[in-house]
Design a protein around this ligand. Structure first.
Ligand code: URA
Length: 212
């Protein structure tokens, strides 16, 4: 199976998954979305109210904020793959339980293996904990570490920054540093940035032409 087929297979399985109790209150599972060959994978915590309704990641207020943070770093949502450590909404948006994280991890591992991103950006302490066990988000946010053969950047969760005004300047500063970190990671891996979409040929400006 190629990467796209593996991601589709995982999505099919999580849609009917009953491996943990979260399926009882699930409306739609949220497998994640984005290009199967994404250079960058963003991993959040778990679906919230709107994600559970729509089956798509980060579509509520924190999703809009995330889209803005990415834009600030010169990235479009469609450039990156976005998913979560748990694929079904914890009731009332409570934190995912250790057994839910452990059970759902097999899906995330298959997604990471299929996409094979150069860079993983963790959003919040649960996804950070997968790659930087024992680290504290208050100390490592905005930092990048080599984990195996890829780089992991830990960021605060956008929802945390929305709810705690004091975190907002930090998350803005961390995402502002992102282009620099991405360059560093690409250098470290000996890779270049993926090709940007071909630019439209600029049309002749009639005002300019009339000068000649
Ligand atoms: N918060 C998350 O961690 N993930 C989502 O998909 C939405 C909000």
């Amino acid at each position: 199976m190629n990467a796209e087929e593996i991601l589709a297979q995982v999505a099919k399985e999580v849609a009917v998954c009953e491996r943990c109790a979260l399926y009882h209150s699930r409306k739609k599972s949220v497998p994640g979305e984005g290009p199967a060959n994404a250079e960058i994978m963003l991993i959040g915590e778990g679906p919230g109210f709107y994600e559970n309704e729509q089956g798509r990641p980060f579509v509520g207020a924190s999703g809009q904020f995330l889209t803005d943070l990415l834009a600030q770093a010169g990235l479009k949502r469609s450039d990156v793959w976005i998913g979560n450590v748990v694929k079904c909404r914890p009731p009332g948006n409570r934190d995912p339980l250790p057994e839910e994280l452990a059970t759902c991890d097999e899906y995330l591992e298959r997604q990471i293996k299929a996409i094979n991103p150069s860079i993983i950006i963790t959003l919040g302490r649960y996804s950070m904990g997968k790659f930087m066990p024992g680290a504290k988000i208050s100390s490592v946010h905005g930092q990048m570490r080599k984990v195996g053969d890829r780089y992991v950047i830990a960021m605060f969760h956008p929802a945390a920054a929305l709810h705690q005004a004091s975190l907002k300047p930090s998350i803005l500063a961390d995402f502002a540093k992102l282009p620099e970190l991405l360059e560093q990671a690409r250098k470290g891996l000996g890779r270049s940035a993926p090709d940007a979409a071909p630019k439209e040929k600029p049309k002749d400006d009639p005002k300019q032409l009339s000068l000649f």
